[in-house]
Ligand binder design. Structure first.
Ligand SMILES: [Zn+2]
Length: 332
């Protein structure tokens, strides 16, 4: 068979396979093993956890796989990652996750996923999963955002400029607001950073226009039992939100870690999206020991779903102790 014929045959095979895939998704779960049809749908993407008196619900926005070229560190460390990836191609798997906190008085969303602003159609499941978890977008009264990258705030606004959470007051650090929403800073930014400025602007606009966009600059009390934790480096106003209830703590840490299996072992490794790389590494150096010592529950948008866990000290770095699935309403 000539190479051209091989290609033709291959494309036919591919077209056939595609047809099977398309029809099987409509007609039968799997035409290949019809004797025991497979089911390819999953459970809804939410997971609830009790933290003191708080109900915390992780909302899956989509699967995220981190690109090794986005890592920055010592040559030997980065080469080690590239080598490890050969044997373990899923070591940079992660997630996009947002979180609901129901205090009993208020329903709070911390980070909103990407919506349609980032991820090429792979993300944006958060609002659907919020409904699956028994809530409606209208129920959300408050949104706290860790920073204004579109994979954390895109879920707030539709492409045609409508608010997804019409009753929510949105809070963001003033330093973050003043950076991403400044036309002067945007004008001076490199071309590949421009989309981040444009999307931040477009996502914020409908909330700004209705007076529902608020900034904080210090340690203002926004919610009872929650404190602001400045986590500078990744972005100028990158901020965590730490809730305490009945002696338990949970920190919504935004983008402290992007690639959990690399950066927990090597907290000095940064990513190309860190605007202040040195500060981002310093933030981890300062923060991680405390979180491990105090057994703080971490809600990390890019940690593997349900993106909830704790840190354990291990060698010169840390390991991740994920929260295990439970179908009961118990402390974990
Ligand atoms: Zn992110």
């Amino acid at each position: 068979m000539s190479f051209a014929n091989f290609l033709k045959g291959y494309s036919k095979l591919f077209a056939g396979a595609l047809l099977v895939a398309l029809t099987s998704s409509v007609a039968a779960p799997n035409a290949v093993s019809a004797a025991t049809p497979q089911h390819h749908d999953q459970v809804p993407g939410f997971y609830r956890m009790k933290v003191g008196d708080l109900e915390v619900t992780a909302l899956f926005d989509g699967l995220g796989v981190f690109d090794p070229h986005w890592l920055r560190g010592k040559k030997a460390t980065i080469a080690g990652v590239a080598k490890a990836l050969h044997e373990d191609p899923h070591m940079l798997d992660g997630a996009e996750t947002g979180f609901l906190v129901n205090t009993g008085k208020q329903l709070i969303l911390v980070d909103a996923g990407a919506g349609t602003w980032f991820g090429g159609g792979m993300l944006g499941r958060l609002a659907g999963n919020l409904r699956s978890a028994g809530y409606a977008p209208e129920d959300v009264g408050l949104v706290l955002v860790t920073h204004l990258h579109s994979d954390h705030v895109g879920g707030l606004t539709t492409q045609d400029g409508k608010r997804v959470f019409p009753n929510a007051e949105v809070y963001v650090a003033k330093a973050e607001n003043d950076f991403w929403l400044s036309p002067e800073i945007a004008a001076k930014a490199p071309t590949d950073a421009q989309p981040f400025f444009q999307s931040a602007q477009a996502i914020a606009t409908p909330y700004l226009e209705t007076g529902k966009w608020h900034t904080f600059s210090g340690s203002e009390a926004i919610v009872d039992g929650m404190r602001l934790v400045p986590l500078p480096g990744h972005t100028p106003g990158h901020t965590g939100y730490e809730f305490s209830s009945k002696g338990q703590k949970i920190l919504f840490w935004g983008d402290v870690i992007h690639a959990q299996r690399v950066q927990l072992r090597h907290p000095e490794v940064t990513v190309v999206f860190d605007i202040g790389a040195t500060a981002a590494a310093a933030t981890r150096n300062q923060l991680l020991p405390r979180l491990a010592r105090e057994n703080v529950v971490i809600a990390g948008p890019h940690m593997l779903f349900p993106s909830l866990g704790r840190l354990r000290k291990e060698g010169s770095g840390y390991s991740w102790a994920p929260v295990a699935f439970a179908d009961q309403w118990i402390d974990r």
